[in-house]
Design a protein around this ligand. Sequence first.
Ligand code: MCA
Ligand code: AMP
Length: 484
Amino acid sequence: MSHRTTPLFPALAEGSSRPALTFGERTLSYKELAESAGSLAALLGPAPRVAVWATPTLETAIGVVAALLAGIPAIPINPRVGERELAHIVSDSEPSLVLATQGDKLPLALAELVRIDIKATATTGYGRTWPEPAPDHPALIVYTSGTTGPPKGAILPRRALSSTLDALQDAWQWTSRDVLVHGLPLFHVHGLILGILGPLRRGGSVRHLGRFSTDGVTRELSAGATMLFGVPTMYHRIAEQLPEDPALAKALAGARLLVSGSAALQARDHERIRTATGRAVIERYGMTETLMNTSVRADGEPRAATVGVPLRGVDLRLVDENGRELLDGPDQVGEIQVRGPNLFLEYLNRPDATAAAFTDDGFFRTGDMAVRDPDGYVRIVGRKATDLIKSGGYKIGAGEIENVLMEHPAVRDAAVTGEPDPDLGERIVAWIVPGDCEQPPTEKELADHVATQLAPHKRPRTVHYLAELPRNDMGKLMKRALHA
Ligand code: MCA
Ligand code: AMP
């Protein structure tokens, strides 16, 4: 059957000289991006899947666009990923190729694959048209943590990307005239799909900061950028900086849209930013598996502490513990369930987890608990699983960290919890029973162990030492007793 689907990036085919991507001093126009990504796409052949070493660079953006042009599912890899996590991702997703910036040293598990260097300049390939694969064809595989076990690969089809980005166009009045600025990592949905592929789908442009800084935000918003994306930690750092930084306040005041997501932005930070700039930060709510579900609209009322209303095309309901849909009301707390073209296909190699994630009528169980205002605004009030931690906007499973801590030779027993943190939202806390109480492992040793096995953002920020962990008669850990 032939498909007559519109391409993911219509502006690429037009090949204009307008800027598409800027990273530091380097800018690629749509024409240059079509050339460099096109010539790389032509080299990929019929690879079943490619890994992309997702440093915050122009090359990563080119590599992902090339894979999407060629219709080959791409797996973005955190360049700070630890040994164990990488081994899991590579054996689970079995990429046949890895794309990386020339000169970047890859860890062994990736260095063993066929490697293609990504070049920001190239000419062959331009002029070729790339047929758009079927809407359900996998576009990206993004790894996301669960409460237990290693991260799961969420397979995101092309229709999920196009539908979520077009729903955001509607909610945010996002156009080709918008210039986005952000400093988000490029191996997750927020930074990669919204932050890079979003502007490219609109035919607009993005200026990536390489790494987040309030100075970078000031510079780019003062030089014509119109939108800012960030996680709450970034807005918290902006709020802290504002009292002594009139240039930052002026830059934010001039932006068209300030958007926060990946975790809840504290009311105090909303308030401080609004007071200093006169501008309201708007929140949107999404997940790796669902992409974006709700947002405060650009033409709507910017109500703090809500994630706004369902996006176009998203079916959203709140459900009680018996699976019954709740009627809206201020006291009705239920789990958010969503259905729509924005959803992932399945977890790679995990039919059990996929089946458990969906209801019989095709809704995805988000695990997020919320209430709905009478006019439909959604307020997230908590999470079903206490073993999921959101730190700096990263989702982190407590079980994953406990498993690697238990393997440390000086650890006899370990538990991990999340604790409120003004900067990170939550910080990871480890509760350790040392093998030898006289010579417990140091905090740094434990943090380094987690950082090198999993990833630095999963490292514990606080360590408590105990003689025993509180367990019930069945041997089950009683985490609530820890903080007491
Ligand atoms: C420190 N570092 C270490 C160690 N200690 N490295 C190895 N071993 C150690 N023991 C390094 C870190 O790697 C980092 O290096 C530097 O020290 C500082 O790290 P840290 O203090 O951890 O963090 P930060 O740099 O201050 O990070 C805050 C941040 C970051 C910038 C806000 O958390 C961040 O980028 N968050 C974004 C998360 C995100 O995009 N989530 C979206 C998920 P270096 O600085 O060199 O790297 S998608 C999603 O949630 C859904 C779909 C949604 O709704 O969006
Ligand atoms: P991830 O698995 O990294 O994609 O994280 C998804 C989770 O982030 C959701 O299930 C929510 O718990 C949380 N999240 C995302 N955006 C928001 C927001 N604006 N407010 C509160 N929580 C959010």
